[in-house]
Each structure stands twice: as structure tokens, then as C-alpha cells.
Design a protein. Structure first.
Length: 303
């Protein structure tokens, strides 16, 4: 199944436009919270570009250096994105907040900030709706969090996390800009920056955890393993499956190794035919299994 990149392109365009508007507003009004949001949007723009780079590289054909392909490029760049969210977005937001609390500038007319926040909310909210709809198509009956945990395509949930953080961050900034002018207290702006930085840090940790797990080599689910074992055991030449190992090379490619024992009365030709038959049966039932290794092994002796 070809992946739909609408979510990434929508987020890319939205974040680029929003970053420009926020930087203009932030410098004009001397708002650290708005500048933090601008950096946040700029980092998100770079993140979408890195995801597109990872997707493009992951589609490269196998060669002598990478006989199983370049699918894990996507997992690598997704991990880099999660680090950037904290290393750049979160850190700068926290730094801006601390600097603002130490030397708060006088309050400016917030009208332009409210206009920018409203426009940003429109763009980021639209991007979030698109991301949620696309992810909802593939999550099935799972809860949102369970679907994210089980997803093997970080391009889908990274954008979902980023857009969610962006919308929440906008609401936080809008609230604290209002409170700052309501109470004539410039410190609220710095507090908003710290909250945005903490939010980005949390998102970064969650994304890094999921991306690291994929990069280290997640395998197919236990239910799928059981189904494959049942399928293999149906072959008349098979005595029993001893072990099964798997890893996702990319969201659309699984490498599978099945170690099984054949019935003792089979000759080499029969075993070869059975291996080919099993390989085709598994690939037909599970199209994501692009690489399958079947290793004959002596049956385990029960003590």
C-alpha cells in the first residue's frame, strides 16, 4: 500500500507560513512567547523536510552495501526529528522563557499577537484535522494511543504529535498573553514560553521512545506470529515450528525467519519443495513479508 504524504505536505506548508508570521509578530511586539512559537513552527517545518528525506531515502533499491534495502532510513530520520524537537524547539523556548523572566520587556499592544495566534490556530488546526483523519483510517479498532504504539510508520504519528503540540502551545500562549495584559504583568509571557518548552520536551521524549524502538528492530505482533505458525504447521511436510524471528525493515517491509523441523521421512528434494511452498503461502497471506528465510532444524527433544 502506497503511503499518503498529504499529512506531511499540509503540515509543511502550514508551519512555514506560520513561522514567518510569528517571527514578524514576535520581533514587533517583543514577545518571547511568540518568538518561542515561531521557533517551534520553524523546527516543525524542518522536521517535515527531514521526514520527506527519510521517506525518499527509504525507497532506494537494495544494493551490495544494503542487501535488505534502505527502509530503516525513515526510522533514523524520525529519531533525528524527535531529538530536534527538544534540542532546538524545547531548549530555545525554555531559554527564551528564562531570559524573559529575568528581564521582562514592557508590555506592547497585543492586538497583532491575537491576530497571528488566530491565523496560526487556523493553519495548525487544519493540519491537525488532516493528520487525525489520515491516522484514523489506519488505526482500526485500536485506541489512539495503542494505534500509535503499534504503528510502524513514524511519518504518520510524528506529524500527529507535532500538530497536537502546536495547537496546545497556541492555546497556552493566547491564554498567557491575555492574562499578562489583564493583570499588567509581563512575567506571564515568560511563563508561557517555559510551558511551551516543557510541552515540546514531553513530545520529544515520546517520539524518541517510539522511533528508537522502530530503529532498534521491532518485530511483528504476537498475534501475527501465532497466525504464521498455524499457517506453516498446515503444510504436510512440517513437523513443527521451533522458532520465529522478525523485524520491520520499513513500514511496508518485514523480514521473517522461521526455524522449523520437517518430517524425518522426507528427502532433500521434498524439503526444498516444502520450503518454496511455505514461502509462497506466507507471502500471499502477509504481503508485508518481503524477505523470508526458512531454516530446517531438528525437532526439540522433550525431556
Amino acid at each position: 500500500m502506497a503511503r499518503n504524504h498529504t499529512t506531511i505536505y499540509a503540515a509543511l506548508v502550514a508551519n512555514l507560513l506560520i513561522a514567518v508570521i510569528k517571527f514578524i509578530s514576535g520581533f514587533a511586539t517583543r514577545s518571547s512567547a511568540m518568538l518561542s512559537e515561531a521557533v517551534h513552527s520553524l523546527v516543525d517545518t524542518a522536521n517535515q523536510l527531514l521526514l520527506l528525506l527519510g521517506i525518499r531515502n527509504s525507497k532506494r533499491k537494495p544494493d551490495a552495501n544494503r542487501p535488505f534495502g534502505y527502509g530503516k532510513e525513515l526510522y533514523f530520520w524520525s529519531f533525528i526529528v524527535s531529538i530536534l524537537i527538544f534540542g532546538v524547539g524545547g531548549s530555545i523556548s525554555i531559554y527564551q522563557g528564562i531570559m524573559h523572566l529575568r528581564n521582562p520587556p514592557p508590555l506592547e499592544d497585543p492586538t497583532w499577537n491575537y491576530v497571528v495566534l488566530a491565523v496560526s490556530f487556523l493553519f495548525d488546526g487544519g493540519s491537525l484535522v488532516i493528520a487525525a483523519r489520515e491516522f484514523n483510517k489506519v488505526r482500526g479498532n485500536n485506541s489512539w494511543w495503542m494505534a500509535i504504539r503499534r504503528s510502524k510508520d513514524p511519518a504518520s504519528f510524528v506529524v500527529l504529535f507535532e500538530d497536537s503540540a502546536a495547537v496546545i502551545g497556541l492555546l497556552v500562549v493566547a491564554l498567557f498573553v491575555y492574562l499578562g495584559h489583564l493583570f499588567n504583568n509581563p512575567y506571564f509571557d515568560g511563563i508561557a514560553s517555559l510551558i511551551v518548552g516543557a510541552l515540546l520536551t514531553i513530545v520529544s521524549v515520546l517520539l524518541a521512545r517510539e522511533s528508537r524502538s522502530l530503529l532498534m528492530g521491532e518485530g511483528i505482533s504476537n498475534d501475527t506470529q501465532k497466525q504464521i505458525i498455524q499457517l506453516v504447521n498446515k503444510d504436510p511436510a512440517v513437523q513443527g515450528v521451533q522458532h520465529i524471528f522478525s523485524t520491520y525493515q520499513s513500514p511496508e517491509e518485514v523480514m521473517l525467519m522461521v526455524m522449523l523441523s520437517f518430517k524425518p521421512d522426507l528427502d532433500t528434494g521434498d524439503i526444498y519443495d516444502a520450503i518454496e511452498r511455505i514461502r509462497e503461502a506466507v507471502k500471499q497471506a502477509y504481503p508485508l513479508v518481503h524477505y523470508i528465510i526458512i531454516q530446517p532444524e531438528e525437532a526439540a527433544v522433550k525431556k
